[in-house]
Design a protein around this ligand. Sequence first.
Ligand code: SF4
Ligand code: SF4
Length: 107
Amino acid sequence: MTAFKAGSRADRITERARNEKWKNPPLRIEMLECINCDACLRHCPPQFGAIFNHGPDVVIVPELCSGCDKCLPACPVNCIYPFEDWQAKGSPVEWWDHAAGPDDPYL
Ligand code: SF4
Ligand code: SF4
């Protein structure tokens, strides 16, 4: 039997893997355009909880991002884009420090 992989947010954090059933690509924030207003972070549904403050930057952990697009209309400068080649680039390991850590805004 094949288990439903990375079903919950906690599973995805543990496995550092996307839900296999998500068809939309994750999103990424273009840091050169971002004004660090945190609006997107407040609009990411907690069951995904993919956007974090990382030092002066705001980042989307692609493995946690469902591609639901709820953050897009919140961004005043339209600097959130599809991250088509996320699997080749991956996310910096230090971004995971924010997921399920003491500063996780979705817990
Ligand atoms: S697309 Fe959805 S899950 Fe991904 S960062 Fe935006 S609001 Fe969060
Ligand atoms: S809403 Fe847009 S400008 Fe504001 S932090 Fe998110 S990506 Fe950056």
